[in-house]
Design a protein around this ligand. Sequence first.
Ligand code: BG6
Length: 274
Amino acid sequence: YLKTLNKNGQLFYQLEHPKFHAEISQFGGQLISFKDESGVEWIWLSSSAKLDGSAPIRGGAPICWPWFGPAQDNSLPQHGYARRLPWQLLDCEGDDERVRIRFSCQLDQAPIDLSNLSLIIEYVLGDDITINLHTENLTEKTLNLSQAIHTYFNISDIYQCKLIGFEQINYEDKLASKSGVHKHPLSISYPVDRVYLDAIEKIEICTDESHFVVSGSGYDSVVLWNPWKEGAEAMGDFDNDGFAHMICVEMANTQGLQVGSHDSHTLTQQIKRI
Ligand code: BG6
């Protein structure tokens, strides 16, 4: 099922299976495309995304690790290093139903010391998408971690989009520096950058054409992000009209995850389309 492609000096893994076509970038180890049996693209990728390894890829499902958001030391990059490093293919196996493919993040290439940590991503792709992000702490100290699977969902029209599952959940609004809660399913017509402080079991992203059901395990928060028009225009690698066709729903640990010495943690995001 697996083909390797070299574009702009970067490696991309293409999976061609009767049930789907997918593409994973070696840089960032991230899924950048998943088309189901009917040819419908589930994952948004900016057409102006940098795919040459010079910057994190704008779109797909970037991995934020070992921190989510701005670093405590503001000379370090937002969302950590995993999305800025090459990942090594470990194995790939499949059958008529699905393909399992795993990559290991080349943490020794990070400019900070991440030795004795291991970060492995496993994609299980078939009728749906499962992303398992596995952190192992082989140091003698507890690891304090924040992280996210920062998936950009491809949607036909943000103006028609309804988000179900966030009702009654406390959120921190990063744009308004306040907290809140809302009672009804959400429709978006403005920039949104919110951390919902709960392991919401199921989120539905509904438009006339797509209906995604997002779930998972091993998270304490769900992040919702859309930069809207001005935000998109301010980013050099974000298509100006891209905001109308994407929404990020990110399974995350933002509240202080600790991974004990010689212990491990798995963060999972599962995506179905019904
Ligand atoms: C979201 C954050 O997860 O990612 C936002 O909550 C941030 O604050 C967005 O703007 C995109 O981040 P970046 O670093 O990819 O531009």
